[in-house]
Write a protein that binds this ligand. Structure first.
Ligand code: MN
Length: 735
């Protein structure tokens, strides 16, 4: 394991002004925090953050990045806290370590190749600072270098994730060296057989060609020297993974040296690059179609180099990359090669130029990383203000869902699938139950609980932020309402046919659709349910000879069965004449949660045990009134709107129903409290209480809206109230 002084030395080698005390403090702090923790290899855990820091010293990064690397696993894996790190190392380092902690949590989720692009965006969204990504890449590189200690079953997933996410990320950041090593290490574990086959073949060809590499290097160097060129020539064996990719892409096998070796010519300046190219092309024949000028037209990630292939010394095909020292460094280290470490030895002027070029480079890199998305905000110094208008969340199975900022679990549910959204009833975020209306954050794991047959509340429409969710909710609520009306319409229509002693069938009604000027059965039924078409007219459309006896409500009461058999007595009160014979079965009423559009009389309500009638109200469905309700006289002259209904209470699903009480009470302190107490003690639910008038002298009139299980329950509460000395009288409103 690296010693404390070794770490400091490594940094001082490229940055003589490094903050030694800071580095030492970080070393000691992390050492203490990780204590006796061990890695899968059996090494002390501390060896890992130190190796990560070492990788970053090779990239010559600044003190803050090196310290963040040393501390990168402390918040997640030890007792260390952000506050403590802020206090000891400052806010900048605290923020870097926290960024790494957030990213680490993502490692717990399994990822699929299809969502790799989203995941890269998530990394960028979470990492506010590009240095967080650099530490993360170094962390992954060290973990890949030691992957063989990890249990076999985990290796494939980690290798796959590296190929899908981290290697491409390194590539986009211009870090070829990092990308190639990550790819190669991943390839080794992801396709062990392919890797072994290619490695064996590489060794074989290298061995067979003997010292030819050195000979080519030498001959190239000599030739260039003859022209007075100062050039550094190096042969370089390609990595197994890049050969594998080429074989897959071109479905070819590799046989020649040029397939596995590339030569790099490094020269002092750009003019020299073209001069070298000229010398090479006049000395040896070039292979047509292989020349590329990435100096005048750099690649998107700022890669600059000349590429060519020649039939070189010994008739070998030789691939050449010609570039400057600076270009080489940027090609290999990308973003890390730029301004992140300020070169103290350079003059002020060139430092400034370097910084502004680096800024420009970062800006373009971010644009490249965004790939197609147009980031509105530009980079501010080294901050990545990317994807701040988006949040990325996971399903429990690790699928990544991208949502606009401000999205709720409802939006998430609809993004997963419309059915999931429509049947969502609750949710857990990161294992905790939260309201469906909460705002989601980056990296949240969201689990939606569902109830089949559920209809999304219409109110959701104004809460969600995604168009998909809004449209789906609108569709679902419309469909549900329409289904309710069609269901009610069907009940009304079937009963109307029965009362008229005519046979009903869907086919007969379908045949009569033109006469009703409707296009579908559901259309007619929903219209009847909404009160737009009278049921008698439907019967007539099917049986044109049918005579609808249009009579007034009161007449109807006298002449027909069911509630139609009621007689109007004195005053406004209806009386129920026992079990009157019925000509048609009544419509079952299950309450507000049934499948019919039902509401209860706005003044007084209705509860099971009450004899009830329904009044069809256009656009609102059925309103249920107790049969003795004086409000019913208002509908006396509209017999078509009267519906014969009965209670159909499902014992398994207890529901409360509304009723209204009117009390005359003594006006003294504590009266209301006493009344509320009695109702509560008797399991009644008070919806509202209002003082509606002054009674005689010291009395007050109070109106209470209560919710009760049934008539017996209501009567029990009323009796309890009557027994109180403060209560002078109790009566039910319209009941
Ligand atoms: Mn780590």
């Amino acid at each position: 394991m690296m010693r404390q002084y070794e770490l400091v030395e490594r940094v001082k080698r490229y940055n003589p002004n490094a903050d030694e005390a800071l580095l030492n403090r970080a070393y000691v702090y992390a050492m203490k925090a990780h204590g006796s923790q061990k890695r899968a290899s059996g090494d002390p855990y501390m060896s890992h953050p130190l190796e990560v820091a070492a990788i970053l010293t090779e990239l010559r990064l600044d003190d803050a990045t090196i310290v963040a690397a040393v501390l990168h696993d402390t918040i997640e894996d030890t007792e260390a806290t952000r506050e403590e790190i802020d206090t000891l190392f400052g806010h900048e380092i605290g923020a870097l370590v926290e960024g790494l902690t957030k990213i680490k949590k993502l490692d717990l989720v399994s990822k699929k190749a299809a969502q790799a692009e989203n995941l890269r965006k998530l990394l960028l969204a979470i990492a506010d600072d590009v240095r967080v990504l650099l530490v993360k890449l170094a962390d992954r590189l060290h973990n890949m270098r030691t992957l063989h200690y990890v249990p076999v079953e985990k290796r494939t997933r980690i290798a796959e994730e590296t190929l899908d996410i981290y290697a491409p990320l390194a590539g986009r950041m211009g870090m070829q060296e990092m990308r190639e090593e990550l790819e190669d290490l991943a390839f080794r574990h992801f396709s062990p057989e392919a890797h072994a086959m290619i490695s064996a073949r590489l060794d074989e060809i290298s061995e067979r060609s003997g010292p030819v590499i050195e000979e080519i290097e030498k001959e190239l160097a000599t030739k260039l020297a003859q022209y007075g060129m100062k050039a550094d020539v190096k042969g370089r064996r390609k990595r197994a993974y890049s050969i594998w990719k080429k074989m897959e892409r071109k479905s070819v096998s590799f046989e020649q040296l040029s397939d596995i070796f590339g030569f790099r010519v490094i020269v002092p300046d750009v003019a020299a690059c073209y001069a070298v190219l000229g010398i090479v092309h006049t000395t040896w024949p070039s292979v047509p179609g292989r020349f590329k000028d990435y100096i005048s037209t750099p690649k998107q990630n700022d890669y600059r180099s000349l590429h060519t292939t020649i039939i070189g010394p010994g008739r070998q095909r030789v691939e050449l990359q010609i570039r400057t020292q600076d270009q080489d460094r940027i090609n290999e280290y990308g973003i890390a090669a730029h301004a992140l470490y300020k070169d103290n030895r350079a003059s002020d002027k060139s430092a400034l130029a370097r910084e502004s070029r680096a800024y420009e480079w970062l800006r373009r890199t971010v644009e490249t990383l965004a790939e197609g998305d147009s980031p509105e905000e530009f980079l501010e110094h080294t901050k990545l203000e990317l994807f701040h208008d988006q949040v990325f969340c996971f399903t429990p199975k690790g699928r990544l869902i991208a949502l606009p900022r401000g999205a709720t679990p409802i939006d998430f549910a609809y993004a997963v699938h419309t059915d999931v959204g429509n049947t969502a009833v609750g949710c857990k975020v990161n294992g905790r139950i939260v309201p469906l209306l909460s705002e989601l954050h980056n990296g949240d794991e969201v689990e939606i609980s569902r109830a089949p047959g559920q209809v999304p509340p219409a109110a959701w429409e104004s809460i969600v932020v995604t168009g998909k969710a809004r449209a789906a909710i609108r569709r679902a609520t419309r469909a549900a309402v329409r289904k309710q009306y069609a269901g009610l319409g069907r009940q009304i229509v079937e009963r109307a046919f029965e009362r008229g002693k005519k046979a009903y069938s869907d086919e007969k009604l379908k045949a009569a659709l033109p006469r009703l000027a409707r296009t579908s059965l559901d259309d007619v039924l929903a219209a009847v349910g909404r009160g737009e078409i009278f049921s008698g007219d439907v019967v007539k459309a099917v049986y044109p000879d049918y005579k609808d006896e249009k009579v007034t409500g009161v007449e109807a009461n006298r002449t027909e069965g069911g509630w139609f058999g009621l007689k109007k007595a004195e005053g406004l009160v209806f009386k129920v004449p026992g079990a009157a014979p019925r000509t048609a079965p009544s419509i079952p009423i299950r309450g507000l949660n049934g499948d019919l559009p039902v509401r209860f009389a706005p003044n007084g309500g209705a509860v099971p045990g009450d004899r009830i009638v329904g009044i069809l109200t256009p656009g609102e469905g059925i309103t249920i009134y107790p049969i003795q309700s004086p409000a019913l006289t208002a509908f006396d002259d509209q017999p078509d709107r009267w519906l014969d209904v009965r209670w159909d209470i499902d014992e398994a699903v207890p529901q409360r129903f509304p009723a209204q009480l009117s009390l005359t009470v003594i006006n003294e302190p504590g009266t209301l409290a006493q009344i509320a107490q009695i109702i509560g003690d008797n399991d009644g639910n008070i919806d509202s209480i209002s003082v509606t008038g002054r009674g005689a002298a010291d009395f007050r009139e109070i109106t209470i809206d209560v919710e009760v299980w049934n008539l017996k329950h209501l009567n029990g509460i009323m009796n309890q109230l009557k027994q109180r000395p403060v209560v002078s009288s109790v009566r039910r409103v319209n009941g």
